[in-house]
Structure formats: structure tokens, C-alpha cells
Design a protein around this ligand. Sequence first.
Ligand code: TEU
Length: 544
Amino acid sequence: MTKKWWKEAVVYQVYWRSFYDSNGDGYGDLQGVMEKLDYIKELGVDVIWLNPCYESPDIDNGYDIKNYYNIMEKAGDMETWEKLLEKIHKLDMKLIMDLVVNHTSDQHPWFVESRSSKDNPKRDWYIWKDSVKGGPPNNWRSYFTPSAWEYDELTNQYYMHSFAVEQPDLNWENEELREEVYRMMRFWLDKGIDGFRLDVINLLAKLKGFPNVENPDNINYLGNNEGIHDYLQEMHEKVFKHYDIMTVGEIPFVTPEDGVLYVGEDRKELHTLFHFEVADDMPTWDLQRFKEIQTRWYEGLKGKGTNSQFLNNHDHTRQVTRYGNDGKYRIESAKLLATMIHTLPGIPYVYQGEEIGMTGVRFDSIEDYNDIAMKNEYKEEVAKGRDPQEVFEDLLLLSRDNSRTPIQWDSSKNAGFTDGQPWIKVNPNYKTINVEQALKDPESVFYYYKKLIQLRKKNPVMIYGDYQDLSLDEKELYVYTRTYEGKCWLVLLNHSDTNNLFTLPEQLDENNKQLIISNYTDLDGTEDIHQTEMRPHEARIYDL
Ligand code: TEU
């Protein structure tokens, strides 16, 4: 595989509205990010992924864009954004912007025009269809609502939305629209950004003919449709290839066979992708399944394209709560998950707060939540006659607000996030889990992340190494090697609240081993690993 800066990078995701509030309005903002950049730099990451901060009515936290050329008031203004970019570059980091081009806000002037009349020049920039038999054009559902169609009285037609009603889907078949999107992408790239995270980019092409589907609830028909690769190749040709950037596509419902079509280096589409076989399809920890997913993706992309590794983001419950143990073993478990993500093949992503082992939340009532996905689902289920409390309980584990609570900076009021009223409640555990505490403790999760990130800089084996799972028959141990240019690293992970006996496979020799990192502090590398008791959530890396 050719060497590239973005393959070697560690990405830190900044969900700015929950990062740091500089002006007391209760929302994190770009100025706040700027004030805390030294903290991000201290961690040692290379790239910052900034969630959408474009002008937006903000019904889906910025994923409903009203003006691609302007900054949302809550976030700041263009001048502040420009200063932020400059400061990020000065600190020798890069910035990728989160961009949403599958849909816009219903308040975007394009849509306002489009809906105004059937013969408006922008009518065809969105997807309008006649009613079928007095109902919507077909039986598709959207991510956030029972139907993917919204009736518009003015012109007596329906428009399509893959997400909320306020997020109409753009019609990528329209060439004029595509050119306008490419122009907008160049606008940002010409400002000097280092790439894009492309929101649900595989949804651009719609299922040909808009037929009814057999099982509308399994919404995978919304993505990976015929024509998608033409759009992405065109986007690459007209935009991406002219810049030294990183592009990461958010690609739900994708298998490795399809994945390689998006990120294969010969394909000239995207650099890397997020697949959702873990985050969307594995609600709680399932090690056997996880190993199978890792091996399949590794084999599928091997020598052809680059994967991404993440267990949480702003849409997915914090990893230590969902996949680890956020109680007794919070620290060990946060470090174990980090060890895994940073040593599996692919680019590692750190979602803000993960580096101090922040946990999910459990607020008292639906009123305390903000997530439109959760709130809509709550309404939909309650409308079916289900018990509201039971629905609420069912939605708690996966509510997107689990990961959206403010960063816990210190133990002062509102965790030091804001002087005002925070837009979403702070996790009550901020007095014990916070940045100030983490920076004081040399054994903190933070410094463990820092060490892992530094290791990546010095050890190409973590990036380009071959991967082999040695633990297929193990129920709670995950053991694998990465090998590269004569180096062999052994990763030992005990995903469990109890001890597990590890036996070194015969083909491996421990005689010259060196301990690279471990989340228990009593090891020095002289320990015998021929047979060794792995303690709860213990993680170790050896250089053999
Ligand atoms: O998410 C896409 C999306 O909805 C899923 O891939 C995700 O796994 C799901 O939300 C889990 O329930 C993107 C953004 O990340 C998300 O914040 C937006 O709401 C959405 O697109 C619409 O733009």
C-alpha cells in the first residue's frame, strides 16, 4: 500500500456545540474550540473533524443546512472560522469539514424556490412525485419518520426526505445541482481546509423507478444504489483530485465488497469510509461478531483501500458505556477499547470526551432529551398505543444524546462548559470525570491515548501492518498480530469483567519480547506470557 499522510493520521472529532462555550449562550462555539486547541494538540492528534457549522435552522443539529456559504450564528461567524483554521494549521494539525449534500434544510433558498411551483427552475433540484392512489408515491420510510415522503399542498405533490421532514433530499440526477455542489465544495477547499467528512454520501443515488419495497422498515434500499459511483467519480474528477485532501464517506449499509468500490485506490472516489456493521448493527458488545467483522473488512480492503475504526461518534452512545464497562472498570475498559481501535487496521477516530473516558447518560424524562431521532421515534411508538415509559426505557441505550452532553472540563458548575444554561444537561458524573482531573493524573485515560497516538507516529506497523486474528475460538479474549517489515506486534485484549487465561500460540516466540503499552501498571515486559492470566479489561501490546 502506498504511504499517505491521511492513512497515518489520528482524527479527533469536535462536536462543537458540546465542546466549549466561549460566550455564555449555552452552546459550544468556534471561538470555544479555538480556546481549547492546545488541549487537542496536547493529545497529539493530526486531524480535526468539525461537525457541521453552516447556517442552519438546526432541527438536526446542523445536518439541515440553509446556507452552505455561511456559519451558523450559534457557532460564530466566518471570520472566527477562518481564524480557527489558521490556528489549527499553525499548530500543525489539519481540518476536515463535515458536509451534507444528500439533503438541505427545507429553509434553504433552493428548496423554497423548488417548492414554490412545478415550473420553477429549481423544481428538479429536489425529488418531487405525484401521489399514488391517494397516498405517498411509494412505501419507503425514512430514518426519522414512518414515510420518506411529505405532501406539499401548494403543488399537490410529495417530496422525498431520507431523514426529517425538514431535510428534503437533493436530486443528484440534476446536473445543474451537481455543478452547484461542486462549486460550493471548491469554495471550502480553496479556503485551505484539508478535506471532508461526507454525510451519508452513499444515499445520493436513489433506487431506480422508486418502486415499493418488500420490507420498508429495513431501510437499506435508501443507499448504495445504481449511479452512486458515477456521482462520486465525477465529484473526484471535478473537485477532490485537485487538492491534497482526505475524504471520509459516511456509508451506512455497506459490505466490504461494496466498500472497496467506494475506497479502492484505483476507483478515484473516496479515501476511506465509515461502515456501520458495528455502530448500527451491533447494539451491545458481541466479540465473536466483532472479530468476524474485522477479519472480513480487513480481507475485503487488503492492499486496495483504507478502512476507518471507530466505536462511537455524535450519533452513537459512548463506547465505554455501550461496549465496555462504565462502572467498576471504566478506566481499564476505556483504555482497552482505545488499544483496540488504535491497533486494528484503519484510521482511528477519537470522539471528543472519549479520551477522558466520558460515559453515556440517563436523564429522567423525554423532556430532557433533544435528539430528533429519539424524539420522533418516541412519538411514533407512543402513537401506536405503547406505554410511554416503556418506549422511553427502550430508547435510552441508543439515544444519540448519550454522546452529545457537554465536555466535562472541570468540577465547577456545568462542568466548566458554559457560564450560561447549557443547551443539553451535563452528565452528572462530571465531578469525578473531567479534563482537569485527567491532566493531573499520569495514569489517566487521557495520557494513555496520548501514548497510543505517539506510538502510531513511530511505528508504521500500527498503520501498514498485516492483521491476523489468533483468537477465533476465544469467547472473551481478542488476540491478534500486526506484522510489517520484520516487526511483529501482539495485541492482547481481555474484553471481560473476569480473568481469562491466555496461552501463547505455538508459532509465536516470546523470548525477545518487549512490552509496548499496558493498561495495568504492574508489568514491565519481563513477565512470562507463555501462559498468562489476563485480568478484567486488561490490554497489552508486545513487540515480539
Ligand atoms: O447520520 C446518518 C445516520 O443517520 C446513521 O448512519 C446513523 O448511524 C444513525 O443516525 C444512528 O441512529 C448522519 C449524521 O451523522 C447524523 O447526525 C444526521 O442526523 C444524519 O446523517 C442526517 O444528516
